[in-house]
Design a protein around this ligand. Structure first.
Ligand SMILES: Nc1ccn([C@@H]2O[C@H](COP(=O)(O)OP(=O)(O)OC[C@H](O)CO)[C@@H](O)[C@H]2O)c(=O)n1
Length: 320
């Protein structure tokens, strides 16, 4: 038996395939700082975490691809350095011996508009859309959602999606600072400017992909920067319309696991339909010398996350 971060791996059973994971690198060439809540953030060290991740992923010699769960560069990155900083992190991912799949987070959008960001991240896009799917094996499909589809950040200020997001925030959050949850209660605390929603068109696309996956008997892993289940941790981190997205997902039986970032301390929950929700611990909040990245072995009946250091290992077992 081998052990990684408290998890005893099942020997003798070959995974169908394996992939690497990392989230919230939030690199910036600036001194250490802290979050709004006072949690230390190590902006220069986070690129070293990514470098060690890539080295480990390459050494494993079995990973088919890696997934970056967003927030590649921090919002405090001086804006004249944003382009270089994003390019620098993308280049680190290119040192991995295989494809990297990226998604956008709020901090990406504080740095660059969508039209610049999406080509750099190699996100297949039409009219600024940042959702897509891919199928690494015939029996599995990955769906990458764009949690900032309806958002007050990232689109031009007069774009209909910006206006829709601002109107929504105006209705849902009475604070002058729309990033502040003061006075919002329970799950209402997600109605913050640093979050966003999945729009109507993307929702229809998601429905059609899940319908197709069901027809093809594929199991689906949903990836989104923003968490989709209130059971995982902080309500402040949730996608605005996580409930509508989950209603679509729950229509089908094909989604087995939802993976996300954004809520830096990480978490794991299983929802009422037996779907695992795993929020990944942030690379940014690793004190120097420590790490937060991992890889996932995919089987017919489970996804097994082997985490390094601050990333907890998690066995996600489901009904095949
Ligand atoms: N209670 C808060 C929290 C944050 N802000 C301000 O909102 C902006 C973004 O916050 P930040 O912590 O940098 O966002 P992250 O994406 O790194 O992390 C998301 C959280 O972990 C989700 O729980 C920033 O300007 C903050 O100062 C705020 O006003 N009030």
């Amino acid at each position: 038996m081998g052990s990684a971060n408290g998890l005893v791996s099942v020997q003798g059973k070959q995974p169908l395939f394996s992939f690497g994971v990392i989230s919230d690198v939030q690199y910036a060439d600036i001194p250490n700082g802290q979050s709004f809540m006072g949690v230390p953030r190590y902006y220069r060290h986070s690129i070293l975490v990514l470098q060690r991740a890539v080295q480990k992923w390459n050494n494993l010699q079995k990973l088919k691809f890696v997934v970056n769960f967003g927030d590649i560069v921090d919002g405090f990155c001086p804006k004249d350095q944003s382009l270089n900083a994003v390019q620098k992190i993308v280049d680190e991912f290119k040192n991995f011996d295989g494809p990297s799949y990226h998604m956008i987070g709020n901090h990406c959008l504080y740095n660059l508009p969508r039209n610049m960001l999406l080509p750099l991240l190699n996100i297949p896009s039409f009219e600024g859309r940042a959702y897509y799917d891919f199928s690494p094996t015939p029996t599995y499909r990955f769906v990458v959602l764009d949690g900032y589809d309806i958002s007050a950040i990232g689109w031009p200020s007069d774009h209909p999606k910006t206006l829709e997001a601002l109107k929504f925030l105006q209705e849902k959050n009475p604070n002058l600072d729309k990033n502040s949850p003061v006075g919002l209660v329970g799950l209402e605390r997600r109605f913050l400017m640093f979050n966003g929603a999945v729009g109507k068109e993307q929702m229809e696309w998601l429905d059609s992909v899940l319908q197709d996956a069901t027809k093809l008997k594929q199991k689906v892993v949903v990836c989104c920067h923003l968490p989709l289940d209130p059971g995982t941790l902080s309500p402040e981190a949730l996608l605005w319309n996580y409930d509508e997205v989950m209603d679509v997902i729950h229509k089908y039986n094909c989604v087995k696991v939802c993976l996300s970032g954004h809520d830096h301390k990480g978490g794991h929950s299983i929802d009422s339909h037996g779907i695992h929700h795993r929020v990944l611990e942030a690379a940014l909040e690793c004190p120097p010398g420590s790490d937060a990245f991992g890889y996932i072995d995919v089987y017919d009946d489970r996804l097994t996350l082997s985490g390094t250091d601050r990333m907890e290992s998690t066995d996600m077992i489901f009904n095949p």
